[in-house]
Design a protein. Structure first.
Length: 390
């Protein structure tokens, strides 16, 4: 029987790849069906691994095989600020899935910068700024104007999905790459952002409800405008509270909320039933939870009522996720959902101007080339739809 070829890799690279992918020895060993002792022996240099085993590790760690043949571990980018609610003194390590999504987002930004360079073009610089010295309503009003939120909420969006698509494109037009992740649980992160001066990134969690993603998009936009990106669960950190206030005011301005209440059936009191909240949520294309938050901000409900409703919504959403259909999503739809219109258009333009190969396109969009014609058709249709408002 022929012996397996030994993989000639530096042990320190094996340890670097595991740690930067978020795996313990025990987790990595379980993934490839070996013992933790074996993984430790590989990383210490006491034992060699075979090429098939290296390929397994590369797949688990989501790293190209070539990365394992570096002479020494490369310098990792600065870790994102973690705004998630964490008990004092207790760390909250990111899952391998979230680490992979953050690496993917950085990779796509690097690709976009490279494509701009190959097209002899300069990437747009993100110039919108905000400061926590400003009132959230002031920043929110600026966002509403710049992102054309009035037009989106006044009938152009037939439902929340279209509202998200329109708002996502509005944000992208200011030089932000907006992606979606699908492998991370909502309880871990609702989104994250990288506040770069050129091609900053916002990533939404596709597992979240569509109205929640609308809110997260505005929340992360506030982070980017503050030049203070990070991992978010919309918690109670000071910056998170500020960005929540900006997002809430942008989507549901206090004056428009009061106008809407004048035509609602609710007459007085701080108690709101589901029908009333759903009606207001529909008017502003947000979730009932956001409406309750805005009612609380306006002094039209109590903290107790808000918390009670919020707990109720969280339970409902957890149940909805449990029952959610796992029907496969067509690849062209998935590509546009994850990569966004701006990034996908840029890659296709690079290909049509002979700066990228079909192999590049397949790699950058992470798609089988047989789906390319349908992706192009959908991109063209989306662009025409946005131009005509249909």
């Amino acid at each position: 029987m022929a012996r397996s070829i030994v993989a000639q890799v530096e042990p320190t690279i094996l340890e670097w790849a595991r740690l930067t992918s978020g795996y313990s020895m025990e987790e990595a060993a379980k993934k490839i069906n070996v013992t933790p002792v074996r993984v430790g022996a590989w990383e210490s240099g006491a034992q060699s691994l075979s090429m098939p085993q290296l390929r397994q590790l590369a797949d688990v760690y989501d790293r190209p095989l070539a990365a394992f043949y570096l002479a020494s571990p490369p310098k990792e980018p600065k870790a994102l600020h973690d705004f998630r609610h964490v008990a004092k003194g207790v760390s909250r390590p990111s899952s391998p899935e979230l680490i992979a999504e953050m690496r993917q987002a950085r990779y796509r930004r690097t690709v976009a910068l490279d494509v701009y360079d190959q097209l002899n073009d300069k990437p747009p610089r993100f110039t919108l700024r905000a400061s926590m010295n400003e009132e959230p309503v002031t920043v929110a009003a600026r966002i509403r104007d710049l992102m054309h939120l009035v037009g989106i909420q006044n009938g152009r969006a037939v439902d929340a999905y279209r509202a998200l698509a329109l708002l996502r494109v509005s944000v992208e037009q200011w030089g932000i790459l907006v992606f979606q992740m699908s492998g991370v649980e909502v309880a871990e992160a609702r989104g994250f952002s990288l506040a770069e001066s050129s091609l900053p990134i916002i990533v939404l969690n596709a597992k979240d409800s569509v109205t929640a993603r609308l809110f997260t998009l505005m929340h992360e936009l506030a982070h980017v405008m503050l030049r203070d990106g990070g991992i978010c669960d919309l918690g109670d950190d000071d910056v998170e509270v500020y960005c929540n206030a900006v997002a809430g005011s942008a989507l549901v301005p206090a004056d428009l909320l009061r106008q809407a209440l004048e035509t609602s059936e609710h007459r007085s009191g701080t108690t709101w039933n589901d029908a009333e909240l759903e009606d207001l949520a529909h008017r502003f294309t947000v979730s009932p939870e956001v409406i309750m938050r805005r009612l609380l901000d306006a002094g039209l409900t109590t903290q107790k009522a808000y918390r009670s409703k919020r707990d109720e919504y969280l339970k409902r959403y957890a149940e909805m996720l449990r029952r959610k259909s796992s029907a496969p999503i067509p690849q062209p739809v998935l590509v546009l959902s994850r990569a966004g219109l701006s990034f996908t258009q840029l890659v296709l333009e690079g290909y049509h101007q002979d700066r990228l190969t079909l192999s590049d396109v397949s790699n950058y969009l992470n798609v089988n080339l047989k789906h390319l014609p349908e992706i192009e058709r959908r991109v063209t249709k989306r662009v025409l739809s946005l131009r005509t408002g249909v």
